[in-house]
Design a protein around this ligand. Structure first.
Ligand SMILES: Cc1cc2nc3c(=O)[nH]c(=O)nc-3n(C[C@H](O)[C@H](O)[C@H](O)COP(=O)(O)OP(=O)(O)OC[C@H]3O[C@@H](n4cnc5c(N)ncnc54)[C@H](O)[C@@H]3O)c2cc1C
Length: 411
């Protein structure tokens, strides 16, 4: 039972999806957990997110499938890819996969996080400290013994034999562990909006690619549509000097179904912005500590797997931690089993994310031509489409090989 005191079996820094799924699975194993989250409360944000089949399978394993059905969310099987100003390029249909994990669920992330928080409240094994900022690791005789945090201007020490950094791409835990990493900020980020959902989005989402232009339209409930529109990072501030209507009018020219719903966006306060980063950490573990999710390996959102991979990490790490409790060993050598299991899939997805970024975001005509040709080739080859769906679903991560590429490229 936890921790009214300041000691727990595990301390997790970061109450995002990775941290909360890890806390829940450890609590289900009977371990006590303290979760430290910088934000005071979950604020809704103008963005949506896609739960892939692998993420849905994990939530099912945690017994949350029925509760998921009660969330404002939308089930989508089909993703239509269009050329901006041109026709349809390809449709990716998740029903190519065997049931039950042959669909995606699109929702607003705070609904998912709230669901997990409610679940955590039902266990007396987890203590959640919100509005609490991780400052440093506690080290005694060269061994990690916990963390120092700041809450309401006061420094507090939390003790545990193992500390998990689930604190996102700019992880301070990673930095304090002295783990070297390469952090790359992509040249493009996204304006995001949630608008009334027009007719015609039953069971489907739309993705438009052009020359240096991307628009994604994902229904997030019966009434709402999540929209993301790519812009160069350097334009992030200057774009806001325009009237928001100028930008929404440009977006409406891409898909005329949006003209009416976009009239509800009357101010920049209704528009979010998200930058995209990639993190490649040289290692994910240390003696008495591990990193999960974006802290270890943020990836480009084109693969729509970041959050789902954070959950995969959490499940894999929970098993390794349980072994650690039984043996009393949280050495790097032992925790490294988690990294060994997870790293190959993650690196494949990161490479795929970078490749998609090069082709999808491009403003260069030859690359845009190549991209469209690949989409059209995929439309002709169901076996290649199936391989792509298996990979982005997170169920079997095997990006296209050379033969598949030749097949889609040749007429
Ligand atoms: C435009 C865009 C679209 C995306 N779409 C998708 C998608 O459709 N599907 C998908 O799976 N992924 C998507 N992602 C990726 C996904 O959002 C991330 O991969 C995911 O949120 C990572 O989860 P996490 O738990 O590792 O980290 P985070 O969600 O970043 O959570 C980290 C938490 O740590 C807290 N924290 C940070 N520092 C401290 C500190 N010092 N002390 C205490 N707390 C701290 C933060 O407040 C935060 O709550 C998208 C990303 C972008 C940019």
């Amino acid at each position: 039972m936890v921790p009214k005191s300041d000691a727990a079996d595990v301390v997790i820094v970061g109450g995002g999806m990775g941290g909360l799924v890890l806390a829940l699975s450890l609590a289900r194993m009977g371990r006590t957990v303290a979760v430290v989250e910088r934000q005071a409360k979950l604020a809704p944000y103008a963005r949506g997110e896609l739960l892939q089949p692998n993420g849905l399978r994990i939530l099912d394993r945690l017994g949350l499938s029925e509760k998921l059905k009660t969330l404002p969310a939308h089930t989508a099987h089909r993703y239509h890819f269009h050329r901006i100003g041109g026709g349809k390029l390809c449709t990716v249909d998740y029903r190519m996969l065997p049931p039950p994990w042959n669909y995606t669920l699109i929702t607003l992330p705070h609904h998912l996080l709230n669901l997990l928080l409610q679940e955590l409240e039902r266990t007396d094994h987890v203590r959640l400290l919100t509005g609490t900022d991780f400052k440093d690791l506690l080290i005694h005789r060269n061994k990690i013994t916990g963390i120092r945090v700041e809450k309401e201007g006061r420094l507090i020490e939390l003790h545990a034999p193992v500390v998990i950094g689930s604190d996102g791409a700019h992880s301070r835990v990673r930095e304090r562990l002295g783990i070297r990493s390469r952090l790359h900020t992509y040249r493009e980020g996204y304006l995001t909006m949630v608008i009334p959902r027009p007719a015609g989005f039953d069971d489907e989402a739309r993705y438009y690619v052009g020359r240096g232009e991307i628009l994604g339209l994902f229904p997030v409930s019966d009434r709402e549509l999540y929209l993301f529109y790519m812009i160069p990072v350097i334009d992030r501030e200057t774009i806001k000097q325009q009237r928001v209507e100028t930008v929404t009018a440009t977006i409406a020219t891409i898909d005329s179904d949006l003209a009416e719903p976009l009239r509800t966006v009357a101010s920049w306060d209704q528009v979010g912005y998200m930058s995209c980063v990639c993190v490649r950490a040289e290692r994910w573990t240390a003696d008495g500590a591990a990193l999960i999710g974006d802290a270890a390996h943020a990836m480009n959102p084109h693969v729509a797997q970041g959050r789902n991979q954070a959950m995969e990490d959490a499940m894999a790490l929970a098993e390794v931690l349980e072994d650690g409790f039984l043996s009393g060993d949280f050495s790097q050598a032992r925790l490294n089993r988690y990294e060994k299991k997870r790293r190959p899939d993650v690196e494949r997805l990161q490479r795929m994310g970078d490749e998609l970024t090069l082709l999808w975001n491009t403003a260069l005509p030859p690359l845009a031509w190549l991209r469209d040709r690949i989409f059209k080739g995929m439309a002709r080859h169901p076996e290649v489409r199936e391989r792509v769906v298996r990979t982005i679903s997170g169920l079997e991560i095997r990006p296209l090989g050379i033969l598949d590429r030749l097949r889609v490229f040749l007429p």
